[in-house]
Design a binder for this molecule. Structure first.
Ligand SMILES: [Zn+2]
Length: 255
Protein backbone atom coordinates (compact mmCIF):
# COMPACT_ATOMS: atom_id res chain seq x y z
CA UNK A 1 0.00 0.00 0.00
CA UNK A 2 2.70 2.49 1.04
CA UNK A 3 4.73 1.72 -2.02
CA UNK A 4 1.70 2.54 -4.22
CA UNK A 5 1.28 5.89 -2.43
CA UNK A 6 4.99 6.61 -2.73
CA UNK A 7 4.88 5.83 -6.43
CA UNK A 8 1.82 8.07 -6.93
CA UNK A 9 3.51 10.95 -5.11
CA UNK A 10 6.74 10.52 -7.06
CA UNK A 11 4.88 10.43 -10.37
CA UNK A 12 2.88 13.53 -9.52
CA UNK A 13 5.56 15.75 -8.08
CA UNK A 14 7.54 18.03 -10.31
CA UNK A 15 8.95 21.51 -10.70
CA UNK A 16 8.90 23.29 -14.02
CA UNK A 17 11.53 26.01 -14.18
CA UNK A 18 9.89 29.11 -15.66
CA UNK A 19 12.05 32.18 -16.26
CA UNK A 20 10.19 35.45 -16.69
CA UNK A 21 11.04 38.65 -18.56
CA UNK A 22 13.40 37.13 -21.10
CA UNK A 23 14.05 40.06 -23.45
CA UNK A 24 16.85 41.73 -25.40
CA UNK A 25 17.53 43.82 -22.31
CA UNK A 26 18.04 41.72 -19.19
CA UNK A 27 20.56 40.47 -16.66
CA UNK A 28 22.72 38.55 -19.16
CA UNK A 29 25.39 37.77 -16.60
CA UNK A 30 22.99 35.69 -14.50
CA UNK A 31 21.37 34.25 -17.62
CA UNK A 32 24.73 32.84 -18.74
CA UNK A 33 25.29 31.38 -15.27
CA UNK A 34 21.80 29.88 -15.30
CA UNK A 35 22.45 28.31 -18.70
CA UNK A 36 25.58 26.56 -17.38
CA UNK A 37 23.61 25.35 -14.39
CA UNK A 38 20.79 23.99 -16.59
CA UNK A 39 23.37 22.26 -18.79
CA UNK A 40 25.04 20.65 -15.80
CA UNK A 41 21.77 19.08 -14.61
CA UNK A 42 20.12 18.53 -18.01
CA UNK A 43 17.32 20.96 -17.19
CA UNK A 44 15.04 22.26 -19.92
CA UNK A 45 13.38 25.42 -18.62
CA UNK A 46 10.50 27.46 -20.00
CA UNK A 47 11.55 30.91 -21.14
CA UNK A 48 8.89 33.63 -20.98
CA UNK A 49 10.02 35.78 -23.88
CA UNK A 50 8.71 39.33 -24.30
CA UNK A 51 8.48 39.71 -28.10
CA UNK A 52 8.54 43.54 -28.33
CA UNK A 53 9.73 44.79 -24.97
CA UNK A 54 8.85 48.45 -24.30
CA UNK A 55 8.81 48.25 -20.50
CA UNK A 56 11.10 51.06 -19.32
CA UNK A 57 12.14 49.10 -16.22
CA UNK A 58 13.23 46.09 -18.29
CA UNK A 59 14.89 48.36 -20.84
CA UNK A 60 17.31 49.59 -18.18
CA UNK A 61 19.23 46.26 -18.36
CA UNK A 62 22.09 45.50 -20.80
CA UNK A 63 21.06 44.70 -24.37
CA UNK A 64 22.06 41.66 -26.39
CA UNK A 65 22.23 42.23 -30.13
CA UNK A 66 21.88 38.66 -31.38
CA UNK A 67 18.94 38.04 -29.05
CA UNK A 68 16.70 36.09 -31.44
CA UNK A 69 19.56 33.91 -32.61
CA UNK A 70 20.16 33.08 -28.94
CA UNK A 71 16.47 32.18 -28.50
CA UNK A 72 16.66 29.82 -31.49
CA UNK A 73 19.77 28.17 -29.99
CA UNK A 74 17.90 27.60 -26.72
CA UNK A 75 14.83 26.32 -28.53
CA UNK A 76 17.02 23.85 -30.43
CA UNK A 77 18.29 22.58 -27.08
CA UNK A 78 14.72 21.59 -26.26
CA UNK A 79 13.99 24.57 -24.03
CA UNK A 80 10.37 25.73 -24.21
CA UNK A 81 9.82 29.22 -25.58
CA UNK A 82 6.58 30.82 -24.44
CA UNK A 83 5.15 34.27 -25.12
CA UNK A 84 5.18 36.54 -22.07
CA UNK A 85 2.94 39.47 -22.98
CA UNK A 86 3.58 41.67 -26.00
CA UNK A 87 5.32 44.89 -24.90
CA UNK A 88 5.20 44.15 -21.14
CA UNK A 89 3.84 47.66 -20.53
CA UNK A 90 1.04 47.88 -17.95
CA UNK A 91 -1.54 50.35 -19.20
CA UNK A 92 -4.50 49.23 -17.08
CA UNK A 93 -4.93 48.68 -13.38
CA UNK A 94 -6.91 45.62 -12.40
CA UNK A 95 -8.70 45.97 -9.08
CA UNK A 96 -8.77 42.25 -8.43
CA UNK A 97 -11.37 41.73 -11.17
CA UNK A 98 -8.75 39.80 -13.13
CA UNK A 99 -9.29 36.07 -13.56
CA UNK A 100 -6.91 34.95 -10.80
CA UNK A 101 -7.64 37.89 -8.49
CA UNK A 102 -4.08 39.25 -8.32
CA UNK A 103 -4.93 42.86 -9.07
CA UNK A 104 -2.36 45.46 -10.03
CA UNK A 105 -0.95 46.50 -13.39
CA UNK A 106 -2.03 44.72 -16.54
CA UNK A 107 -1.17 44.64 -20.22
CA UNK A 108 -4.26 42.59 -21.11
CA UNK A 109 -7.01 42.39 -18.46
CA UNK A 110 -9.58 45.17 -18.82
CA UNK A 111 -8.81 45.93 -22.46
CA UNK A 112 -11.42 45.38 -25.19
CA UNK A 113 -11.22 42.10 -27.08
CA UNK A 114 -9.96 43.84 -30.25
CA UNK A 115 -7.03 45.39 -28.37
CA UNK A 116 -6.12 42.06 -26.80
CA UNK A 117 -6.41 40.27 -30.16
CA UNK A 118 -4.16 42.84 -31.78
CA UNK A 119 -1.52 42.52 -29.03
CA UNK A 120 -1.49 38.73 -29.18
CA UNK A 121 -1.39 38.86 -32.98
CA UNK A 122 1.54 41.29 -33.07
CA UNK A 123 3.46 39.29 -30.48
CA UNK A 124 2.95 36.02 -32.35
CA UNK A 125 3.90 37.71 -35.59
CA UNK A 126 7.29 38.66 -34.13
CA UNK A 127 7.93 35.04 -33.14
CA UNK A 128 6.86 33.90 -36.59
CA UNK A 129 9.27 36.34 -38.25
CA UNK A 130 11.98 34.87 -36.07
CA UNK A 131 10.95 31.31 -37.00
CA UNK A 132 9.94 30.36 -33.47
CA UNK A 133 6.75 28.41 -33.03
CA UNK A 134 4.69 29.36 -29.98
CA UNK A 135 2.07 27.17 -28.31
CA UNK A 136 1.74 28.78 -24.85
CA UNK A 137 1.49 32.11 -23.06
CA UNK A 138 1.62 33.79 -19.68
CA UNK A 139 0.62 37.39 -19.04
CA UNK A 140 2.74 39.99 -17.25
CA UNK A 141 1.63 40.21 -13.61
CA UNK A 142 -0.70 37.15 -13.89
CA UNK A 143 -3.60 39.36 -15.06
CA UNK A 144 -6.08 37.85 -17.53
CA UNK A 145 -9.77 38.18 -18.25
CA UNK A 146 -12.16 36.21 -20.49
CA UNK A 147 -11.14 38.35 -23.47
CA UNK A 148 -7.50 37.32 -22.98
CA UNK A 149 -8.53 33.68 -23.25
CA UNK A 150 -10.68 34.39 -26.33
CA UNK A 151 -7.85 36.34 -27.96
CA UNK A 152 -5.36 33.52 -27.30
CA UNK A 153 -7.72 30.81 -28.55
CA UNK A 154 -8.36 32.90 -31.65
CA UNK A 155 -4.74 32.16 -32.58
CA UNK A 156 -4.76 28.55 -31.41
CA UNK A 157 -2.92 29.22 -28.12
CA UNK A 158 -4.52 26.95 -25.53
CA UNK A 159 -1.83 26.59 -22.87
CA UNK A 160 -1.10 29.05 -20.04
CA UNK A 161 1.67 28.73 -17.46
CA UNK A 162 -0.18 30.27 -14.54
CA UNK A 163 -2.97 29.35 -12.16
CA UNK A 164 -3.78 27.83 -8.81
CA UNK A 165 -3.82 24.26 -7.55
CA UNK A 166 -1.39 21.38 -7.35
CA UNK A 167 -1.96 19.85 -10.78
CA UNK A 168 -2.22 21.19 -14.31
CA UNK A 169 -5.90 21.44 -15.29
CA UNK A 170 -8.24 22.44 -18.10
CA UNK A 171 -10.61 25.38 -17.81
CA UNK A 172 -12.25 27.44 -20.58
CA UNK A 173 -10.76 24.91 -23.01
CA UNK A 174 -7.27 26.03 -21.93
CA UNK A 175 -4.62 23.98 -20.13
CA UNK A 176 -3.19 25.75 -17.09
CA UNK A 177 0.05 24.80 -15.34
CA UNK A 178 -0.08 26.18 -11.78
CA UNK A 179 2.30 28.88 -10.63
CA UNK A 180 1.78 29.52 -6.92
CA UNK A 181 4.83 31.04 -5.31
CA UNK A 182 7.00 34.06 -5.83
CA UNK A 183 9.98 32.28 -4.28
CA UNK A 184 11.55 29.13 -5.72
CA UNK A 185 10.02 26.46 -3.59
CA UNK A 186 9.66 22.64 -3.72
CA UNK A 187 6.30 21.29 -2.58
CA UNK A 188 6.24 17.68 -1.34
CA UNK A 189 3.49 16.93 -3.85
CA UNK A 190 2.11 18.36 -7.08
CA UNK A 191 3.25 19.97 -10.31
CA UNK A 192 4.37 23.59 -10.08
CA UNK A 193 6.01 26.19 -12.28
CA UNK A 194 8.44 28.67 -10.74
CA UNK A 195 8.58 32.35 -11.59
CA UNK A 196 12.16 33.51 -11.74
CA UNK A 197 13.11 37.12 -12.39
CA UNK A 198 16.87 37.11 -12.93
CA UNK A 199 16.74 40.89 -13.27
CA UNK A 200 15.88 41.23 -9.58
CA UNK A 201 18.43 38.70 -8.39
CA UNK A 202 21.69 39.40 -6.61
CA UNK A 203 24.58 36.91 -6.69
CA UNK A 204 23.33 35.53 -3.37
CA UNK A 205 19.94 34.65 -4.92
CA UNK A 206 21.70 32.80 -7.70
CA UNK A 207 23.83 30.94 -5.18
CA UNK A 208 20.64 29.87 -3.33
CA UNK A 209 19.14 28.80 -6.66
CA UNK A 210 22.20 26.64 -7.39
CA UNK A 211 21.74 24.92 -4.02
CA UNK A 212 18.03 24.46 -4.75
CA UNK A 213 18.74 22.86 -8.14
CA UNK A 214 21.44 20.64 -6.66
CA UNK A 215 18.99 19.39 -4.04
CA UNK A 216 15.91 19.07 -6.26
CA UNK A 217 17.32 18.31 -9.71
CA UNK A 218 15.50 14.97 -9.88
CA UNK A 219 12.14 16.70 -9.38
CA UNK A 220 12.65 19.12 -12.25
CA UNK A 221 10.47 18.33 -15.25
CA UNK A 222 10.10 19.54 -18.82
CA UNK A 223 7.16 21.47 -20.22
CA UNK A 224 5.83 18.41 -22.04
CA UNK A 225 6.04 16.32 -18.87
CA UNK A 226 4.00 18.99 -17.05
CA UNK A 227 1.37 19.04 -19.82
CA UNK A 228 0.95 15.28 -19.55
CA UNK A 229 -0.13 15.73 -15.93
CA UNK A 230 -3.34 17.61 -16.71
CA UNK A 231 -5.85 16.23 -14.24
CA UNK A 232 -9.41 17.49 -13.91
CA UNK A 233 -10.63 15.27 -11.11
CA UNK A 234 -12.80 16.88 -8.46
CA UNK A 235 -10.31 16.53 -5.58
CA UNK A 236 -7.74 18.57 -7.50
CA UNK A 237 -10.45 21.09 -8.41
CA UNK A 238 -11.19 21.52 -4.72
CA UNK A 239 -7.49 21.93 -3.92
CA UNK A 240 -7.30 24.55 -6.66
CA UNK A 241 -10.09 26.57 -5.07
CA UNK A 242 -8.44 26.23 -1.65
CA UNK A 243 -5.01 27.38 -2.86
CA UNK A 244 -6.70 30.37 -4.50
CA UNK A 245 -8.44 31.35 -1.27
CA UNK A 246 -5.31 30.85 0.86
CA UNK A 247 -2.99 32.75 -1.47
CA UNK A 248 -5.47 35.61 -1.92
CA UNK A 249 -5.74 35.99 1.84
CA UNK A 250 -1.96 35.84 2.16
CA UNK A 251 -1.56 38.55 -0.49
CA UNK A 252 -4.20 40.78 1.10
CA UNK A 253 -2.43 40.57 4.48
CA UNK A 254 0.88 41.56 2.88
CA UNK A 255 -0.61 44.74 1.38
ZN1 LIG B 1 7.04 39.83 -16.60
Amino acid sequence: MFSIIRKYIAENTGILIRLDDIAENMNWDLMEKSESLFEKYGIKPVLGVVPCNKDSELLSYPKKNNFWEQIRIWKNKGWEITMHGYTHVYDKISKNEDYFGYGGGSEFCGHPLETQISRIKNGLQKFEEEKIKIRSFFAPNHTYDQNTFLALKNFGIKEIIDGYGLMPYTENDIKFIPQLFYKVFALPFGIQATQIHLNYWKQKDFYDFEKFIEKNSKKIITYDQALKKVNNNSLYKLIKVLTKIILKIKRSIKR
